[in-house]
Ligand binder design. Structure first.
Ligand code: DX5
Ligand code: ZN
Length: 221
């Protein structure tokens, strides 16, 4: 599968979101971080803003829910025109039921694991998900340092997906840049979220191309 790049608008200018969405037209999807001051110590945006983002971009929108009680709220986000909804193992009560509910609504389901969470407990339910998100920073903020100790986990997950013949994608989120893209791609990640490396660059579109190219050269299929 080809590498996909998902810029995180957490590092965009929230007063110029439409402009900053246009600046990433060469990306594969838009990553929207929803935080609630409870699951993580930061607060971002909610349904009305996600709905407008879906209206003004042609790219698929992936909502990364860093919130308590995704069982209750994920279906609300699924109604807004998003392509996929990501929720965390540490917050969800019934991941399989929620994934199936999202699929019934025509939306992809993605399950996220934080750095201290193992990936083995979700092996038996992998086939319920379109993507697994391996966090490569502690969730909550952009601009943090990439945790390379998450690569062994990413490899084990890629090996499991390959052995089972699944087409589940592996997303990584946190500290992804042209420098770290080869590391995550070599470990088997194929959807790369990048916030500060894209929006902190003078030319966001060029940064996307650089991350994509760096990853493609090392991707372990
Ligand atoms: C962090 C968010 C990320 C964040 C990544 O909790 O989930 O999506 O925007 O930012 P960078 O790429 O700057 O690490
Ligand atoms: Zn995110």
């Amino acid at each position: 599968m080809s590498i996909q790049i998902a810029p995180s608008i957490l590092s965009a200018d929230f007063a110029n979101l439409e402009r900053d969405l246009r600046a990433i037209a060469n990306a594969d999807m838009v990553h929207v971080d929803v935080m609630d001051h409870h699951f993580v110590p930061n607060l971002t945006l909610g349904e009305p803003v996600v709905e407008r983002i879906c209206q003004v971009t042609d790219l698929p929108v992936d909502v990364h829910l860093m919130i308590e009680d995704p069982d209750r709220w994920a279906p609300e986000f699924a109604k807004l025109g998003v392509a996929s909804v990501t929720f965390h193992t540490g917050a969800v009560h019934a991941p399989v039921r929620l994934a199936r509910q999202l699929h019934d609504m025509g939306v992809k389901a993605c399950l996220a694991v934080r750095p201290a969470e193992p990936v083995e407990p979700i092996f038996d339910i992998l086939d319920e998900f379109d993507m697994i998100l391996v966090m490569t920073v502690e969730p909550g903020f952009g601009g943090q340092k990439f945790l390379d100790n998450q690569m062994a986990k990413t490899r084990r997950l890629r090996d499991q997906i390959t052995a089972r013949g699944l087409d589940t994608r592996i997303q990584v989120d946190g500290g992804v840049s042209p420098a770290t893209a080869p590391i995550v791609a070599e470990a088997g990640a194929d959807v790369l979220v990048a916030g500060s490396a894209v929006y902190g660059a003078d030319d966001p579109a060029k940064a996307i191309d650089q991350i994509r190219q760096a990853a493609q050269e090392s991707y372990r299929d």
